[in-house]
Design a binder for this molecule. Structure first.
Ligand code: GLA
Length: 465
């Protein structure tokens, strides 16, 4: 784990080394210090993009743009099951290793994508994985992948796209192979396995289409989050894919306030929010490049006006950094045959209006509490003390939480046995105190323990009779 200061130092040192190695040095010196990655870091946030290893290896101007702009990288394909699992019993980490090493050498974080999804499954999957072995397959995969990158992947999309109201399952879960094999339980299994393999990684549930007041979806997402939290499942953030379309501009304006409310509801659960795959499909905009770029930038700005204003949003990742490689040219080709322009940089790596919209928002958004580089530092528990009242058997337990968090409070004896539960509730951000009555407790040394989903904090109490 890196402290904020060493993290910044790490960025500076790593970046300097890579710039020396690139032939683009002269043209890009200026860009190196004002890239979005630095603007985000100044607000204790992160900005980055999805990339592929082959583009990083072979396209120097693209590689330079990634270095200039990105403080976090997502593997566009390289960490999906079909790329990591050539056979049921083997793993191939060559390409994902390249991205993780590139990020580490250049002071970038990595957002791991994705441990459990109904798509991008290998061809052997359907003939091999079944009800009886699915849990083992899922656990083994997560243990191997998260374990390999322990301490190197900042955040993981543990599950991707798990809600689908039209599938008509009881809790509106997607009727995916994982659901068919294991029921809703697979989600919990995946999160617990990820936490076991790397207790410092930020664990994310990644979902799409939450922007447009589709309450069947957003209610189902919120109830899933609450069910997971009630079971103490280690989940730390909601990822919002944010593949938006210029065609939805009016719809977005009309439903902005419900989207804002949804983000507040997620934040009220004590969860962080990451925009994980932003791009803007420009098919509804005219061929004219300038008009198109302005229309796209307007969507960036409108979207940011909602998400950047919510302090629970800690990062913004785009699905690619340059139009040169957007996958929308294959999945959403324009009828005028012009290439799509959905990303912050054009295909010559030049900044577009969309880039400037992001710049404006990073310059003007509030500074987040602090840069989160791992859950040890992410702990919401700030201070903890016990103030015994000498005149009675009561002790006041004082603590502060930095964000809303669900805590269980318990009293543990000197050899670690829990002897009383003192509380189990959602605490709002701020200071709290609880009275603990020790009248029925024998003389000795005890511990008050505060358990959150991700860590625990303890304070000693001596009981003298
Ligand atoms: C989803 C997935 C991504 C990617 C995109 C394609 O959002 O999470 O991995 O496949 O679709 O646009």
């Amino acid at each position: 784990m890196l402290s904020r200061r060493s993290f910044l130092h790490h960025i500076a040192a790593g970046a300097a080394a890579s710039f020396v190695a690139t032939p683009m040095l002269d043209q890009t010196l200026h860009a190196q210090t004002n890239g979005l990655r630095y603007l985000a870091t100044a607000k204790n946030m992160f900005f980055g993009a999805a990339t592929t290893e082959d583009r990083l290896r072979t396209d120097l101007s693209y590689r330079q743009a990634v270095l200039n702009e990105c403080g976090i990288l997502t593997a566009e394909y390289e960490m999906k099951w079909d790329r990591l699992r050539p056979t049921a019993s083997t793993y191939n980490f060559v390409d994902s290793d390249y991205i993780v090493n590139f990020a580490r050498q250049n002071g970038m974080l990595v957002h791991g994508h994705t441990l459990c999804w109904h798509r991008a499954l290998p061809s052997w999957f359907s003939g091999t994985v079944n009800r009886n072995n699915a849990e083992q397959f899922l656990r083994d995969h997560i243990k191997a992948v998260v374990g390999r990158y322990k301490g190197q992947v900042y955040s993981w999309d543990v599950v991707n796209e798990v809600i689908q109201p039209s599938d008509n399952t009881p809790n509106k879960l997607r009727n995916s192979p994982w659901y068919q094999f294991l029921g809703e339980n697979y989600i919990e299994i995946a999160f617990r396995a990820a936490a076991e393999a790397d207790s410092a990684a930020l664990l994310v549930y990644n979902e799409y289409d939450v922007e447009f007041d589709d309450t069947a979806r957003t209610d189902a997402i919120l109830s899933l989050l609450k069910r997971l939290q009630a079971k103490r499942v280690p989940i730390h953030a909601l990822g919002i894919q944010a593949h938006i379309r210029s065609a939805d501009a009016q719809k977005f304006s009309a439903t902005m306030s419900t989207f804002r409310k949804f983000l507040n509801d997620v934040a009220a659960l004590g969860l962080k929010i990451i925009i994980t795959e932003f791009d803007c499909d420009d098919r509804s905009l005219p061929s004219n490049t300038q008009q198109r770029d302005e229309g796209v930038a307007k969507m960036y700005g409108d979207y940011c006006s909602v998400v950047m204003n919510n302090p629970a949003v800690i990062g913004f990742i785009t699905w690619g950094i340059s139009d040169k490689y957007t996958n929308l040219n294959t999945t959403a080709a324009r009828t005028d045959r012009q290439p799509q322009r959905p990303l912050p940089l054009d295909s010559a790596m030049q900044r577009k209006s969309a880039w400037y919209a992001l710049e404006w928002w990073f310059l003007n958004t509030s500074t987040r509490p602090r840069l989160i580089t791992g859950l040890a530092e992410y702990s919401p528990l700030k201070t903890l003390e016990c103030a015994p009242n000498p005149a009675s058997s009561q002790t006041v337990l004082r603590f502060q939480v930095e964000r809303a968090v669900h805590l269980r409070l318990s009293l543990v004896d000197a050899i670690g046995r829990e002897i009383a539960e003192l509380g189990d509730e959602l605490f709002a951000e701020g200071e709290h105190q609880r009275m603990v009555d020790l009248a029925n407790v024998a003389q000795g040394v005890y511990w008050c323990v505060l358990h959150s989903a991700t860590d625990r904090s303890t304070v000693q109490i001596a009981v003298q009779r």
